[in-house]
Design a protein around this ligand. Structure first.
Ligand code: GLA
Length: 378
């Protein structure tokens, strides 16, 4: 009896030792620094998330913007792969939405007008005659509440409460965005939104990527693959016509990897309207299912980015409005097409296109989105 007891205690002691525990150590602690001050005196912070492989993601609470992502090339050399500014003033003055969460509605709503439950709403007009990316003071131009996320992986939770009537939208919306920087060099973005009145919600992430490791380069040699057979063609104001057009035999055919520069200057009405690529791809596999939707590859560095999302659409914007006037990090002027966006979201102008997957959010419902940008090398 005594012997059995001793054996039991010995086994218990062995399994409770650290050596035997499978629980992993926490990732390096999140670093917080003051990034600057808003004109009203509120401080903006920058958070540095480091994963167990030493790659880092930096995020500020102004605009919930990703300010840098440092990931290795095929030889292990780390470099930043997202465009941004060195100082808060750049983000305050900037018009390119670098790294930010945009909303309430990512992309355009024709004439800023829509009907919901028989009521007409007029949103701020801020892009020609249309509404773009949430209006004049969208989610990219406000200070979010930030706190450290879970302890298993490096993560940051941001929350913004958008008041009823903001930029013309009905209902008070509470949006939580959690960035997780995983040990597999993935930036995982989980969105969680609620409302107190029927409204529309379609936020997205607006990082500009350049995988080469130098922002002096354009992205024209990056190879892109998008899992989509169709796009939603647009009019000259970049509002969808409501149709879905097959990509076969067009410059929009990214079903197998194609250099972004291969057909970007082809004579094509859609490319002329966008001044390059600025369109929504209709993703295969249906909304609501987290699946691989795109791959971006830069051969010289070997860096690859794979995108997973549960969204129905992907806006591919080839940085056509960059013209060298935005002075970015380390004083580099971001020239034409030196960064590209791959924004997972619902289709543009859905509130006026009943045939598109819906974006209405009602009290008691939850808006959810998960999008992952995964970095690897090849
Ligand atoms: C989106 C739009 C573009 C442009 C950029 C920001 O991707 O589709 O037309 O407005 O954002 O400059």
């Amino acid at each position: 009896m005594m012997r059995q007891l001793v054996i039991c205690i010995a086994i218990f002691t062995f399994f409770s030792t650290e050596a035997c525990q499978t629980k992993r150590k926490a990732p390096p602690p999140m670093k917080t620094t003051v990034f600057g001050k808003l004109p009203d005196g509120r401080e903006v912070h920058q958070y540095t998330l480091e994963n167990r492989s030493g790659a880092t993601a930096q995020i500020i609470d102004y605009g919930a913007a990703v300010t840098s992502l440092r990931v290795p090339d095929r030889n292990g050399r780390m470099a930043d792969v997202v465009l941004g500014y060195d100082s808060l003033q750049g983000y305050i003055d900037g018009t390119a939405y670098f790294g930010a969460i945009v909303g309430r509605y990512g992309n355009r709503i024709g004439k800023g007008r829509f009907q919901l439950d028989g009521k007409e709403y007029q949103l701020t007009i801020n892009d020609g005659e249309n509404h773009l990316h949430g209006g004049k003071v969208g989610f990219n131009k406000v200070l979010w509440d930030a706190k450290a996320g879970g302890s298993e992986e490096a993560s940051l939770q941001l929350q913004y409460v958008s008041r009823d009537g903001e930029e013309g939208y009905p209902g008070t919306v509470t949006l939580k965005v959690t960035y997780t920087w995983t040990d597999k060099n993935e930036l995982r973005i989980d969105y969680d939104g609620t409302t107190d009145q029927p409204t529309i919600l379609n936020p997205t992430q607006h990082s500009y990527f350049n995988l080469s490791g130098s922002f002096e380069n354009t992205v024209l040699d990056h190879l892109l693959m998008i899992e989509a057979d169709g796009i939603t063609p647009v009019d000259k104001g970049l509002i969808p016509t409501g149709k879905v057009e097959n990509v076969a035999n067009t410059p929009m055919d990214f079903r197998t990897p194609m250099a972004i520069g291969a057909h970007i200057d082809d004579a094509n009405e859609q490319l002329a309207f966008g001044k390059g690529y600025d369109h929504n791809w209709v993703l295969k596999g249906g909304a609501g299912k987290l699946r691989k939707v795109a791959e971006l590859y830069e051969a010289a560095s070997g860096r690859m980015m794979t995108i997973f999302t549960d969204q129905p659409g992907l806006q591919f914007y080839s940085g056509n409005f960059l013209d060298g006037s935005a002075k970015g990090k380390n004083g580099v002027a971001y020239k034409h097409r030196s960064g590209l966006c791959l924004e997972a979201q619902a289709f543009p102008d859905t509130p006026n296109k009943p045939q598109f997957p819906p974006v209405t959010l009602r009290p008691g419902q939850k808006y959810r989105q998960t999008t992952i940008y995964q970095f690897s090398t090849k």
